[in-house]
Write a protein that binds this ligand. Sequence first.
Ligand SMILES: [Zn+2]
Length: 81
Amino acid sequence: MKLSNDQLKSLSAVLDKTREFELNCNECLDLVSEFAELELAKQSIPTALQAVAHHLDLCQECREEYDTLLKAIQEFGDLAP
Ligand SMILES: [Zn+2]
């Protein structure tokens, strides 16, 4: 497994701030679309997905991924009820 310096830097920054949360970027990205849908639907966020919110606060990379996803959902509107 090779990581760039930037990835290592953000990884260690995340690990440093998220000791009580075991969510890593891959897990976060797996859940982020579900999280975005619930957010847009203004539904309550289950505990499992609150870790996603926490991760997004701390991780710039996943935050950007989430913002992109949110815009895509809003733009296409295909997830609206
Ligand atoms: Zn992340």
